[in-house]
Design a protein around this ligand. Structure first.
Ligand code: XMP
Length: 510
């Protein structure tokens, strides 16, 4: 299998580079710049990409790699800091630029015959973020592109197969960036593109099989995409040595617990311990209105139930977690990634005996995890599952939580989801759900005066969930949803649609 190594010098976009390479159908993995040359040689890489990073290459303690990297015969592409490193180590000069460049700038390609620039227009734009620049080329190199403020926006020694770019080809704001990376991978490294998500699945399963042969493995399954895919991968590798624990806290969406059970225990034949702990959760939550307190109670109780079940299994060798790359970044890059309980509400159980955590998805982005899920046969309803907070409907019931309120919300939410699916509106939205406001007001049904709850509908479009716009659902669809909810769900006499963006509102109501 062809592989490209991304050598990490601490930049923000390192996994993004690996992902772009994978989008070009070539497998890619990220290793620290501390990896020694022997290991890199043994890795059988077709090419190496050096990432950006916050350091200045001429600083004494800057992360560096010796000349042997550039003399190994493996093609190298340096990006930003990686470009500086290449120039510096090979005898060029890197200086603090008089004018730094940040943001989108015009890139003029001077050598359109360069393998890096085949089929790239001679004038395009690129994303820059640097204070230092290469000011003198190392021997054997020529400059191949410039920007208004950067004389050497890229350079190469084609014979030695060494390339460097000052800009960031991996980010969206460099519109031809993926093509430039593709040119490096195909035209310079000679890759042909043999990687698809099925290869990832196959290789991961094989790797896990070797690691876990004959060992006991435990997985906390939430029914979310990440933990589901992690569990399925592990199941392929460990079979009956894997046990999954699924805790139903009573605050899942309508029919969700059933779906998870029928998929995992039924379709896949996984050893599944499904615990209906809803009563315990409702007892603990009785009378509690403060959202943070509710989250904490649910998180703690979850861990307690999980521990109790896990204890019955005795010592396990491995605990599988569905951590994915964005979780790794959020918790502070690199090795020290915080452990995310599958509910990301409160960390790991303290009292479960296991030797090691395995995170088979930690290099993947969400859409790659979804593709792996499809490859593994995960049902569409679980693959396409929207984000769902660990504390579940507990955060969407404003005020105190009772089983009755949970049932009202489940029913209203199910109607909303059903109508959006029926009309195809769901595919235009990133997340949508119902909220049970704690507000009751007067209404009239038949000849009766009512005093019932208001349900709020929330639907958003977003690419990163950090900002969001409210979904423009047609009135005709909202009309049907509203009328069905007030008619079919008891104790609700009013439905409102939330038309606030994030910020200033959040996506969830709490
Ligand atoms: P907010 O409400 O902060 O939510 O705009 C942003 C996204 O995060 C989801 N969310 C959670 N996801 N555990 C999760 O896994 C949680 O505790 C949690 N709380 C909010 C929310 O649904 C939205 O997609």
């Amino acid at each position: 299998m062809e592989k490209i190594l991304v050598l990490d010098f601490g930049g923000q976009y390192n996994q993004l580079i690996a992902r772009r390479v994978r989008e070009c159908s070539v497998y890619s993995e990220v290793l620290s710049y501390k990896t020694d040359m022997e290991k890199i040689k043994q890795g059988g890489y077709s090419g190496i990409i050096l990432t950006g990073g916050p350091a200045s290459v001429f600083d004494e303690d800057a992360p560096r790699y010796g000349r042997e990297l550039f003399e190994s015969g493996i093609p190298v592409l340096g990006i930003c800091y990686g470009a500086h490193l290449m120039a510096y180590m090979l005898g060029g000069t890197v200086s603090k630029a008089t004018i730094g460049e940040y943001g989108n700038v015009q890139l003029s390609i001077d050598d359109t015959d360069s393998r890096l620039y085949s089929d790239i227009p001679s004038s395009t734009s690129c994303w820059m973020s640097h204070a230092n620049s290469i000011t003198e080329l190392p021997a054997g190199f020529k400059a191949t592109a410039h920007t208004p403020d950067c004389k050497i926006a890229s350079m190469e020694n084609a014979e030695a197969r060494l390339y460097a770019v000052q800009y960031h080809p991996e980010v969206m704001h460099t519109p031809k960036g993926t093509e430039i990376l593709r040119n490096f991978i195909y035209n310079v490294c000679g890759c042909s593109g043999d990687w698809v998500i099925s290869s990832f699945v196959e290789e991961k399963v094989e790797e896990l099989r070797q690691k876990c042969a004959g060992k006991k493995v435990l997985c906390a399954l939430s029914g979310g995409v990440d933990s589901s895919v992690a569990a399925l991968l592990m199941h392929r590798a460990a079979g009956d040595n894997l046990t999954c624990i699924f805790v139903d806290h009573g605050l899942l969406r309508k029919n969700e617990a059933k779906e998870v059970k029928s998929a995992f225990a039924g379709k896949f034949g996984i050893n599944l311990i499904a615990v209906d702990a809803s009563e315990r959760f409702f007892d603990k939550l009785a009378g509690v209105s403060d959202p943070e307190r509710k989250r904490k109670i649910i998180g703690e109780e979850f861990i307690r139930v999980f521990e109790e079940e896990a204890k019955k299994l005795g010592t396990v060798d491995f605990l599988v977690q569905g951590t994915i790359y964005p979780d790794v970044i959020e918790s502070g890059l690199g090795d020290a990634a915080l452990i995310k309980s599958h509910h990301n509400v409160g960390g790991l159980p303290d009292h479960v005996d296991f030797k090691e955590i395995i995170e088979p998805l930690r290099d993947l982005f969400k859409d790659e995890v979804r593709k792996a899920g499809i490859e593994l046969g995960l049902p569409h309803s679980l693959v396409a599952r929207q984000p769902f907070p660990g504390p579940g409907l507990g955060v969407r019931i404003i005020g105190d939580v009772t089983p009755e309120k949970a049932a009202i919300l489940q029913d209203a939410d199910a109607i909303f989801r059903e109508e959006l699916a029926k009309t195809g509106e769901d595919s235009k939205l990133s997340q949508y759900f119902a909220v049970l406001t704690n507000m009751r007001s007067v209404g009239v049904m038949g000849d009766e005066r009512t005093y019932d709850y208001t349900v709020a509908l929330r639907a958003v479009t977003t690419s990163d969930f950090m900002t969001a716009d409210f979904g423009r659902i047609p009135y005709s669809v909202l009309e049907v949803v509203s009328s069905r909810i007030v008619n079919e769900v008891k104790s609700v006499n009013r439905v409102v649609y939330d038309i606030t963006t994030k910020p200033p509102a959040t996506i969830e109501w709490e």
